[in-house]
Design a protein around this ligand. Structure first.
Ligand SMILES: [Mg+2]
Length: 370
């Protein structure tokens, strides 16, 4: 067996999340497994399919926001939390304004971005009551970048949630989505993954939540118990089978259900990439987010070599995603050596949403080719 390098794991995770998301794109709003089968045959979706006017292989807001997170980490992951989150806010606002943001983005993410665009500081931008899965679906790059620094991974995963989602369970779901990616990126398998994820979520004390910007009354709510309960349910449900994975752990529209269901898909598939993402994609609930989270973990575990090559080639922006993954790995490697007062430059070709463009550009001037 050939050794899976850390670079292979970064590439597998970034491509993997985009592929899972693209596979689940056409089924996201198809609300039952029988309706999925009626449309795509008995096996459901088994390959990229067009979704509305988007060609096969097009990923959605889940991947787009994860790319924004990856870019912010490359630019400023070595800097202090405030600077990193401010940069992330710029990336989110660029995405929010970009014409490619036309793939049914979640309302909470859009509200948070609108607040950021209006000048609200990152700690105050999120929707206080929302625990939608928008914070979890984009957390994988944080697990990759901080795979060797669990405390930093928890802090940053918690903080990135607050830009759009202020609810402590959303914050916890972001940590729970990043943790298994970090676990897998270190070369670990399924054994111990749920324990490690649980351990990371348990470290969300009131102080960590407060630092991450949760409102005071929410920070007092101890340790994101809903996320821990969902992880415990995952473990119980691993002994059960269901054709529609959403029958077991929920529809996945909220953070704790999306992560729990993705972890279930991954474990039941014994970490296999293809089966993990297809189980998520062929589900009644938030198919693209479940498959996106499952793909990010399976890709980190098996590396890019575990991904069917035609998917890795045909997913939207495949070459650029692969380059971004390599840049992210390089940035993570050099994190300790970089000067905290300097931003790391990033290839302009990887500026997917024209973040570097002068502020106030109208959307029509910022379109970029696929
Ligand atoms: Mg989506």
């Amino acid at each position: 067996m050939t050794q899976i390098t850390i670079e292979d794991r970064f590439r597998g995770s970034i491509l993997g999340l985009a592929i899972g998301d693209a596979l689940g794109h056409p089924t996201e709003f198809v609300s039952s497994l029988s309706a999925i089968r009626a449309r795509w045959g008995e096996a459901g979706v088994t390959d990229f399919q067009p979704s509305g006017r988007h060609p096969a292989g097009t990923f959605t807001d889940d991947t787009q926001m994860a790319l924004a997170v990856a870019r912010a980490l490359i630019r400023s992951g070595h800097r202090d939390l405030d600077t990193l989150m401010t940069v992330l806010g710029q990336e989110f606002v660029a995405w929010y304004r970009h014409p490619d943001n036309n793939r049914a983005p979640g309302g909470t993410c859009m509200s948070g971005c609108r607040n950021l665009a209006g000048g609200r500081p990152w700690r105050a931008a999120g929707v206080k009551g929302s625990k939608g899965c928008g914070a979890a679906m984009r957390a994988a790059p944080i697990g990759l970048y901080f795979q060797d620094d669990t405390a930093a991974m928890i802090r940053v995963a918690a903080a990135q949630s607050v830009l759009t989602h202020g609810h402590p369970t959303a914050v916890a779901s972001s940590v729970a989505a990043a943790a298994p990616v970090a676990w897998a990126a270190r070369g670990n398998g399924l054994s111990g993954m749920l324990d490690f994820t649980r351990e990371c979520v348990s470290q969300l004390t009131a102080n960590v939540l407060r630092e991450a910007g949760c409102a005071e009354e929410l920070a007092h709510q101890p340790g994101a118990e809903e996320m821990l309960a969902a992880l415990d349910s995952t473990r119980v449900m691993l002994g059960r089978e269901a054709e529609n994975v959403c029958d077991l752990l929920g529809e996945g529209w909220i953070g704790e259900e999306a992560v729990a269901t993705a972890l279930w898909c991954l474990h039941r598939a014994q970490g296999g990439f293809r089966e993990s993402v297809l189980r998520g994609a062929n589900s009644s609930g938030d198919s693209d987010s479940i498959a996106c989270i499952a793909g990010s973990i399976a890709g980190a575990m098996g590396g890019v070599g575990a991904i069917p090559p035609d998917w890795a080639r045909e997913v939207e922006k495949a070459t650029l995603l692969d380059r971004l993954a390599r840049e992210l790995q390089q940035a993570a490697l050099e994190r300790q050596q970089m000067r905290p007062d300097e931003e790391r430059p990033l290839d302009p070709e990887l500026d997917f949403f024209n973040c570097a463009a002068p502020r106030g550009n109208s959307a029509s001037t910022s379109r970029e080719p696929l």
